[in-house]
Write a protein of this length. Sequence first.
Length: 605
Amino acid sequence: MIQSTDNQLAQTLIEQGLVDPDMVDAAIRDAHKTNERLERVLVKMGLCDEDQVLQAVARTLHLPYRKLGDLTAEDESLHEALQLVPAEMAEHYGIVPVSFQDGTLNIATSDPHDIYMVDELRRQLGVEVDVTVATEGEIDKAYNRMYGIGGAVMQRLSQESGPDSSDKPEISLSDNIDIDEMAADATIVRFVNQLIQEAMRDRATDIHIEPMDRELRIRYRIDGMLYEAPIPPAIKRFQAAIISRVKIMADMNIAERRLPQDGKIKIKMGEKEFDLRVATVPTPYGESIATRILSRDSELTTMERLGFSDRHKHMMREMIHKPYGIIFVTGPTGSGKSTTLYAALSEINSVDRKILTIEDPIEYRIPGVTQIQVNPSIGLTFARVLRTTLRLDPDVIMVGETRDPETAKITIATAMTGHLVFSTLHTNDACGAFTRLNDMGVEPFLIASSVEGVLAQRLVRVLCNQCKQSYRPSDDMIRQVNMTRENPKDIDFKRPAGCEACRYTGYAGRTAVIEMVKMNEAVRRKVVEDASASDIKATAMKTAHMRPIRFDGWDKIKKGITTCDEVLRVTMEDEFNNEYDQEILESVSGSGVLPTGTEESAAGG
């Protein structure tokens, strides 16, 4: 029977042109030898993806095949099915209920051949069961939406706590229960593990566990935006145990609940290793936890992958190949400043240069580079390490952040003594870096003579290539991002739609939008004169062909990379006055590569 079904499946796939007959024969032989289903062997061998082969299986067995992204608990027939099928049963059999109508339960499964599972469901539930075919990935995501992450775990905990425990108040320190012992319970351990695994599958960079008055809210930060994780309502009752479990993993003092704490977790998922940096703070409703996920095996990115235009790559490479001076990258927290500096370091990293970094934390390991982790709790600050590193004879130094006057002055002094220095600042735009350094007590003439350039950046979400669709934004929105007043009638604007590939967010990944000022004589004169950031910006646009950040955003909108909403979300509108006239804007509207010396010749003019 199995052999007959395999032959039918093979014939269907061949007729659709999805597989080569010879390869299918090899897969059938392998399936019979290992006693595996043919569809699993085909996917394992890379001949088909799971979606294609399961659609063919459904046709062979005359069963419906469907995507599960549209399943919502508001559907009455699905709501009844969820009441019928407990979370633990759904997890055990690897299914999700789809509907319950006229006494028949419809379930989605990725293994429609498992007739024993169907018979067992009929026996246990006492209803007729029909089968719909769906991929494992679709079923996992639908399960989390319907029951919440760790739904089966929470159900089991609630049962162990007694009948109707979901309606009981939260287990607290005043109860006659050892919270720390409960945190070590296998069920709580499994729930926290599932929480972390799901965050990594969703490409999250942060996990936020936030106690509220009547709920425990868990959110993931994905592509810079926070999304609420689907979790069972009963989770609030086990809040203290969950928080204690995370603190145990991070090697924190679980008895101390009144003071903020920091910790670190090292985990492995598949072949990849991750560092989780955990921070807790006390709140009126319990400790709030923020966890940053850092991959120890992340591949160093490049300027091309970061989203640098040819123009910006040319300017950046001119600056980073200078023998000395300082280059600043500015922007708010989470705007990719450190990633940009890593990309710059990887370009100039060679055996004939000693490169040293001072970081908090070390986010990427760079082969051949000496990396130092600061530790303010023992007095190992950026400034103190920076003084020491000069004795190590470095050629290039990266200072993770210039955050105080002492670090700023030492960093500038280091650049003046013949070192190439990279660092970051928190300012709103590139030219704001000069006034920020002045506010920190650095003399204007020192800033002008040591700084070689400043780059400001923001991260915008990239549209999912699988589901983005054309649309026409409002005229007001176009006006705000189209500063050169380019005719938009021939531009194919795109917007997010949402699909399985992007987990229905419409976006997949992020890219940088950038403005960059490369120092020339005219800009240096303005800095020495202690001019305002807006005056320096006007001069940079006139003489150094600097383009405001929304220009780069507009270029990426035109290419269908991102949306008008995204660019407006992360950038501020420039105030155009007589200094920012239309002639200046049009003079810098091109995005091509600047020939070497362009900025200097413009300044001289």
